[in-house]
Structure formats: structure tokens, C-alpha cells
Design a protein around this ligand. Structure first.
Ligand code: MLT
Ligand code: ZN
Length: 450
């Protein structure tokens, strides 16, 4: 490894490795014999080829901002073969933007913020955006098929991929790198690698499509007594001729928590539910928003600001960190989705769940509600009740025809529950793909399949 990436990029000192072996929320801790930090695709290919020859397992890590333990290796177990953590932290190159085709190529370790800044420098926008933008990487968002706050407008990460470069488990480089938007020659391998969580190949580069940002946006936060009214405002905005750029649900409990950690409240009147909407529209969107707020059902208070309205967004984006700082036990974090029509009933059931348990815990729900996505966070759950509470949430999810993973993936956290989202035949097809591309099971062992 030292001869491939250089001495300085093979870490074996426990202190130097520590940050790579724990996720940023401190919920997952793993073991690796070394952390390897390649700079180029050729180096990744040599590292993976060497691991294949010696049957050494590989955990791939981007910005380590994942929330299901997929970017942290498993704990050491007796009899395990060697394992390296392959970090893409040094693979940060971003190509010049193709302004005509509206595409940009990036190495796997380039951050979302850096790719967006490159797009913005030529008046374009990278359509994937999420609160962890300063650390999350191209390879990471593709591996997890991240959703984020702009998914309602532009689709998930898979929808932004035109080409991909990845190192297969045997060390061969697979490069499908074409800006063609119509290109139907066989299987969609870039689409398959999106959401594969590092289990099929090591992504080294991605060719992304870019979009034109809305010329003017308005951000509003509307407080509601009823969750169905909050959700209905999204449809009312569309009916009013506005384009919905983002639609996020928050609750009073979440707002109280972020306020305790220093974020100002968006509106004066407290209410159980808040909808943050970012909208655009031809002409003067602000005028349409004023009408919307006057006529919207069940609005008890509201505020609006021209975009980007960072202070309003901060209320939403500081939820994750405030939760991490408040919970007395590792937060039970379940990223789930529902059909939109089921959302009001599902949210009500999720909020009632703590009252049905034999122990105390605090629920904080928030998320990309326009996509049917709710981030269920249960704070202070006694560790021995984690599985029970997860089962209870997933029972509610299954009862409403939802998904146990909306945008965070399966990682190590949800492997025991994939049967709730996929049939036996479907799971067997996934297993067959894994076995075909990684026959020795060297890539991200324990992720997705357990
Ligand atoms: C978010 O939407 O802020 C992220 O998915 C993080 C989270 O769920 O905590
Ligand atoms: Zn999210």
C-alpha cells in the first residue's frame, strides 16, 4: 500500500485513524488495519487489485456524513480477514464545466459545496443539495443515492448522473463517461451503482448534469395547528402557479430544540407544525406567496423572505446537530417515506408512539415532506429498546405502504428490515448482482446485506 499511495497516505496509528472509524454522530464504531488515502483512479485500482489478490476487505468512505453506518467499517470480529478503509478525501478534482451541455465531472472526494460553487461560477447549479454540503462528497451522494432538499424539484442523485468511473472488485477500471442524455446501450450501470452503498464497486468519479437555478425564489415558513393543512399548502402553492423548489416539515418540538441551541424562531406564534416552502415563479413570486398565505388553509402565523433566506433555512438545517447534542442515548434515527396521501395519518401515529411505550423518549419529526419523506428521530431511547422502537416505527411505515429507507440507505443500521421493503425474489436478485460483481464479498462487508 505504501508503494502505491506513499507513506504519508497509509495511516495505521490509532489516533490518526480514529476519525475515520467513527461516524460523526458517534453511533457507529469500527475497526480497520489501515486507512488508505489514494489520490488518483489508477492508485485506487492498484489498491483494490492488491486487496483482491490478498482477500483484504475494503470499506469505502467519502465525507463520512452518512447516517446508517455505511461509511464506517464493522467492529473487529475474531477470525476476520484484514480490512482497509479507503478514503476518497484526497480525490477532490473538479473539471471545468461544459456550459453548453451543462455537465461537470468530479472526482469522488469533491464536496457538494465545491461542485455547486464550480457550477455557480458559470451561472449554473448542482441540483443535489443537503445540510452536510460542506463535507458530503460526490462519491458519497451517489453511493447512497442521496435525496436532500432539492429532490422535489430536480429528482434524486441518480437522476443527475450521466457518467461514472468506478473500480471493480478485481481492480479493473469501468468508465462510462458520456454527456449523452439519450444513450440506451444495455444496462444502466451508473444507475445501478447509485444507491449501492459501496457494495458493488469503488466509485472514483462522476459526470453530473447541472441545471439553471431559478432567477428569484421566495422562502416562507407557515405555522399550522394541523399537519394535513401544512402538507396541503404544497399543493396550494402549485395551484397558485408557483414552482416548488423545496418543501420541508418541522414541528414545535424540533423548533424548541434548535432554539435551545441558539437558532432564532421563524415566527412568533407557536404551533404544532411548520411548513418551510421555497418557491419560484414567473413574474413576481412574492405577490403570489402573499396571496397564498392569505388564502392558505389553517395558517396561524407566517413569515416570508426573498431567497436564499439563509436564516429561515438554518432553522431547518440545524435540526440534525441539535438532536445529536440533546439526546442522552444514541438517537434512534429512522429515515422513512410514505405515499403523500398517507402522511397526515402516519405523522399522527408516529407522534403518538412514545405514549404507547413503557419508557420515556422524545420524538422529533422533520423532513422533506413534499417527497413523502419524514426523518423520525427518537431521543433518549434506552439502548436496550432500540430494536423494539425501530420495529414499532417500521410497523407504522409498513401499515401505510411506506419505505424503511427514503434517502439515507440501508447501511449497517437497517439490514435486518430489508424484507419489509423488498420481496424475497427482489432480494435474491440484489444478492445475485452483488455476487456477480463482488464474488468474494470484499466491498463494504456488512452493508445492505448484513
Ligand atoms: C436532513 O434532511 O437534514 C438529513 O437527512 C439529515 C437528517 O436526517 O438528520
Ligand atoms: Zn434529509
Amino acid at each position: 500500500m505504501r508503494s502505491i499511495v506513499g507513506d504519508a497516505n497509509v495511516l495505521t496509528d490509532p489516533d490518526a485513524m480514529a476519525g475515520y472509524l467513527t461516524d460523526w454522530m458517534g453511533r457507529y464504531h469500527g475497526h480497520a488495519d489501515a486507512v488508505i488515502r489514494p489520490r488518483t483512479t489508477a492508485e485506487v485500482a492498484d489498491v483494490v487489485g492488491e486487496c483482491a489478490a490478498q482477500r483484504i476487505r475494503i470499506c469505502v468512505q467519502g465525507g463520512n456524513t452518512g447516517l446508517v453506518g455505511g461509511s464506517v467499517p464493522p467492529p473487529e470480529a475474531p477470525g476476520d480477514d484484514g480490512l482497509i478503509l479507503l478514503s476518497t478525501a484526497r480525490m477532490t478534482d473538479i473539471d471545468d464545466v461544459d456550459e453548453v451541455g451543462a455537465t461537470v465531472g468530479a472526482q469522488a472526494g469533491a464536496t457538494i459545496a465545491a461542485i455547486d460553487a464550480r457550477a455557480e461560477s458559470v451561472g449554473l447549479m448542482f441540483p443535489v443539495d443537503l445540510a452536510s454540503r460542506e463535507s458530503a462528497t460526490a462519491g458519497g451522494v451517489v453511493s447512497t443515492n442521496a435525496g436532500g432538499v432539492r429532490m422535489i424539484r430536480h429528482g434524486n442523485t441518480r437522476a443527475q448522473i450521466l457518467g461514472i468511473e468506478a473500480v471493480r472488485a478485481d481492480g479493473q477500471v469501468l468508465r462510462r463517461w458520456s454527456p449523452l442524455v439519450k444513450d440506451n446501450v444495455g444496462y444502466d450501470i451508473p444507475g445501478l451503482l447509485a444507491g449501492s452503498e459501496g457494495t458493488l464497486a469503488v466509485i472514483t468519479g462522476v459526470l453530473f448534469r447541472l441545471v439553471t437555478a431559478a432567477s428569484a425564489t421566495v422562502v416562507l415558513v407557515a405555522a399550522h395547528d394541523r399537519v394535513d393543512d401544512a402538507i396541503a399548502l404544497i399543493g396550494q402553492a402549485r395551484e397558485a402557479g408557483l414552482t416548488v423548489e423545496a418543501a420541508e416539515l418541522m414541528t414545535q418540538a424540533g423548533l424548541d430544540l434548535v432554539h435551545e441551541h441558539g437558532t432564532r424562531r421563524p415566527v412568533a406564534t407557536p404551533a404544532p407544525y411548520y411548513l418551510l416552502l421555497e418557491v419560484s415563479g414567473a413574474g413576481d413570486p412574492e405577490e403570489l406567496v402573499v396571496d397564498l398565505l392569505e388564502n392558505g388553509t389553517g395558517i396561524v402565523d407566517a413569515v416570508l423572505e426573498p431567497g436564499p433566506a439563509r436564516a429561515l433555512w438554518e432553522v431547518r438545517e440545524s435540526h440534525t446537530e441539535s438532536i445529536a447534542r440533546s439526546t442522552t442515548t444514541p438517537v434512534v434515527k429512522l429515515d422513512v417515506s410514505f405515499p403523500i396521501r398517507e402522511l397526515p395519518a402516519a405523522v399522527t401515529e408516529l407522534e403518538a408512539l412514545p405514549g404507547e411505550l413503557d419508557f420515556a423518549c422524545r420524538p422529533i419529526l422533520f423532513g422533506h415532506v413534499g417527497d413523502g419523506n419524514v426523518h423520525v428521530n427518537l431521543l433518549d431511547v434506552p439502548v436496550e429498546h432500540t430494536t423494539e422502537v425501530t420495529d414499532r416505527v417500521f410497523t407504522i411505515v409498513a401499515g401505510h405502504g411506506g419505505s424503511i429507507s427514503a434517502e439515507h440507505g440501508i447501511g449497517r443500521a437497517k439490514t435486518a428490515w430489508t424484507h419489509l421493503g423488498r420481496s424475497p425474489v427482489d432480494l435474491a436478485a440484489m444478492r445475485a448482482i452483488k455476487d456477480a460483481l463482488d464474488p468474494d464479498g470484499l466491498l463494504n462487508p456488512g452493508v445492505i446485506f448484513g
